[in-house]
Ligand binder design. Sequence first.
Ligand SMILES: Nc1ncnc2c1ncn2[C@@H]1O[C@H](COP(=O)(O)OP(=O)(O)OP(=O)(O)O)[C@@H](O)[C@H]1O
Ligand SMILES: [Mg+2]
Length: 254
Amino acid sequence: MTRIVSTHSYRGGTGKSTITANLAYLLASEGARVGVVDTDILSPGIHVLFGMEPGSAHYTLNDYLWGRCTIDQAAVDVTAGAFPDGAPKGGSIHLLPSSMQTGEIARVLKEGFEVDLLNEGFHTLSQRLSLDYLLIDTHPGVNEETLLSIAISDTLLLVLRPDHQDYQGTAVTLELARRLDVPQLLLLVNKVLPAFDRRELSDRVSTVFRTPVAAVLPLNEDLVRLGSSGLLAALTPKNDYVSALRPVAQLVQA
Ligand SMILES: Nc1ncnc2c1ncn2[C@@H]1O[C@H](COP(=O)(O)OP(=O)(O)OP(=O)(O)O)[C@@H](O)[C@H]1O
Ligand SMILES: [Mg+2]
């Protein structure tokens, strides 16, 4: 069985794509077969963390949604780039990018797409690639494909910053996720000043939202420096941010 893990936040720029990409790496490091889907069709980006140039993908999620290819034809094996010295036994990462072409993005805005096709595609992809995990990187806020991703998830990772706008939005999304009966709901607090008491913040956030906090991730200079140009977990495995994220890879396991 494939475990479906969605990463979401009410507001943008909270660190979803960075978390999803590094989590994919950590899970694959332990020998898992991991799929990563970019459902942020309106502003795709996670491919950048895997070193993919725009336009280099033969097919994208958009092609699948418009019936131009099968879902597995749009998946790109990015394992070699993530593990230049060789992947651990059994471990692999398969990325399903969204199109960066303006015309394709405009078409989604203008025509929308059949959301059911996404659901069908996720299941087909999971089966054809024998995935242990399917990680779904989402568009911020609440829209139809986000609701679908949340509804079909075994785990929802809800990312927030220590920011009052994020707090309010998180309450909204949590309520939605509860109504959709997501089996595992976890909060991740990101971009926390290293001077903050992380234990205290974690206790406070979990009490206020009545939801477990899986990680409190520090605001990290190396990530700023990297500017999404790679996977921090691969480059500096002992980095603070990576150490704080590592337990999440354990928590999402069945
Ligand atoms: N803990 C952190 N410390 C410092 N910078 C971070 C941290 N987490 C993420 N970033 C940076 O913040 C920016 C936004 O991160 P990312 O793209 O992962 O957010 P996102 O939630 O996916 O954004 P969007 O909502 O636009 O999809 C990136 O430049 C990333 O490198
Ligand atoms: Mg993103």
